[in-house]
Design a protein around this ligand. Structure first.
Ligand SMILES: Nc1ncnc2c1ncn2[C@@H]1O[C@H](COP(=O)(O)OP(=O)(O)OP(=O)(O)O)[C@@H](O)[C@H]1O
Ligand SMILES: [Mg+2]
Length: 259
């Protein structure tokens, strides 16, 4: 796929009279990982949701545009085709009474893909996401899968879409350390192999140090600082950035901080 650069321009979100996201802009290129960090409630998830026109009830996009390769693109053309997404809580993203196969069919149908290609495409995506035995897995219901399997399944559905960009909102929350590492290795591999551009929302500065090229720090609905990952750790400027880095270093003082 030829798309190379995605720009979120001046995204704003309100709930009633309250501004929750205020003029957030960012650039994401193919093959790049941009981390969006900040305290809980700072507006990270709403920024992504607004770009994809998938805001929760009670919130409204008040402005902003998304540009693809220098031209504006409507969110419905973006979603699934240009930008795949992995959500904060994998269990809530699946319908409990439908199998993984049902979800896969729904995803591929929504993309307008030829039905004769579905099976091959989804089997390949499941294997790429580290899930063996795709035929058996497609028959499983969400309650029959572990949190780690669901997270991989969500990544597999994103991969099956062959979108050039991925929004990953806390893709490793609720996972144990081993599964966290596996998912992060998977994302790093996808960037390498397919040149996926990844917008990664995370609380974990260890994950940022490991995966991100650039970091945007959000606070109270605004981007407060934006810098390459080395600068974020070595010369954090904003108080929120300093707090995030200090908290990380107090937990992992001996850890190598540069990727
Ligand atoms: N549906 C909603 N209606 C009203 N306010 C909302 C709604 N969803 C989120 N908010 C508010 O918007 C703000 C930003 O929420 P958002 O989910 O983007 O935060 P976040 O940075 O993703 O936090 P976290 O790290 O906890 O996921 C918060 O103050 C939240 O309370
Ligand atoms: Mg969030």
């Amino acid at each position: 796929m030829s798309h190379q650069t995605l720009n979120l321009v001046d995204i704003a979100v309100d709930a009633g009279a309250i501004r929750l996201v205020d003029g957030v802009s960012l650039t994401l290129a193919r093959g790049e990982v941009v981390a969006l960090v900040g305290a809980s409630g700072s507006g990270k998830s709403l920024t992504c949701a607004a770009a994809l026109d998938a805001l929760p009830a009670g919130t409204r996009r008040q402005g902003g545009q998304v540009w693809l390769d220098g031209a504006p693109i409507a969110p419905e053309r973006l979603r699934g085709r240009v930008v795949a997404s992995v959500l904060q809580n994998p269990r809530s993203a699946f319908n409990p009474v439908r199998t993984l196969g049902d979800h896969a069919e729904e995803t591929l149908q929504a993309l307008g893909m030829e039905k004769s290609c579905w099976k091959e495409r989804i089997h390949r995506a499941l294997r790429e996401a580290g899930l063996d035995e795709p035929q058996r897995l497609l028959g499983l219901y969400p309650f029959e899968m572990s949190g780690g399997m669901l997270q991989r399944a969500m990544i597999a559905l994103a991969l099956a879409s062959e979108a050039p960009f991925l929004f990953a909102d806390e893709p490793t929350t609720d996972l144990d350390v081993i599964h966290q590492r596996e998912i992060l290795d998977l994302l790093a591999g996808l960037r390498e192999r397919f040149g996926l551009g990844i917008l990664l929302i995370t609380h974990d500065m260890g994950v940022v140090a490991r995966l991100a090229d650039r970091v945007l720090v959000m606070d109270q609905g605004c981007v407060q600082e934006s810098a390459p990952v080395e600068a974020i750790f070595r010369q954090p400027r904003h108080a929120v950035t300093r707090a995030l880095v200090a908290a990380h270093l107090s937990l992992y003082p001996a850890q190598e901080i540069t990727p």
